[in-house]
Design a protein around this ligand. Structure first.
Ligand code: FES
Length: 166
């Protein structure tokens, strides 16, 4: 396994363990581009989001341009390029949830959290994002908090739901 990335010469945010994992994933695929998503997920798991300096470190290790990685990082909604809250709230705004009143759910979330879509509360407890169909259209409106799907959401229980997620 080649180790082209000379960690000693750079200010690094990545741990040795992360660098090892990235090298492993890089060598797993016939084309390095195929490893980018998996690598971004490894780094995001450890840091919560992908900063510019982390992106540059990934670029150094994978030996591909940071622009190429940036293109993929910004395309996938599961990869964050700015800090996010401990809890990611996604509300479905696809057509069936729209017909079932997702706009009211969105407005209630914005009011309770005192923030707009795409933003994070000042205490970094919550980030609020729209998402497309969550695959539970007959149970709408649907929201997802972290990995939990919550069905048939009603305005009056949103506060109770949020309270579970510290
Ligand atoms: S439209 Fe909302 S879950 Fe499918």
């Amino acid at each position: 396994m080649c180790f082209m990335y000379k960690r000693e010469n750079l200010m690094c945010e990545l741990s040795k363990k992360e660098i090892f994992k990235i090298q492993y994933v890089k060598n797993k695929y016939p084309y390095v581009q195929a490893s980018i998503i998996e690598v971004l997920k490894i780094v995001q798991k450890g840091h919560g989001w992908i900063s510019d300096s982390l992106l540059q470190e990934i670029s150094n290790i994978l030996e591909i341009s940071s622009c190429e990685i940036e293109g993929i990082a910004t395309f996938y909604s599961q990869i964050f390029r700015k800090p996010v809250g401990r809890n990611i709230i996604r509300y479905c705004d696809s057509v069936v949830c729209f017909l079932n009143g997702c706009n009211q759910i969105k407005k209630t979330l914005e009011q309770i959290l005192n923030l707009k879509i795409g933003h994070t509360t000042q205490d970094f407890r919550y980030t609020l994002l729209p998402t497309c169909c969550l695959g539970a259209c007959d149970q709408g409106p649907v929201i997802m908090i972290n990995k939990d799907l919550i069905y048939k959401v009603k305005k009056k229980i949103i506060l109770k739901i949020l309270d579970v997620y510290k």
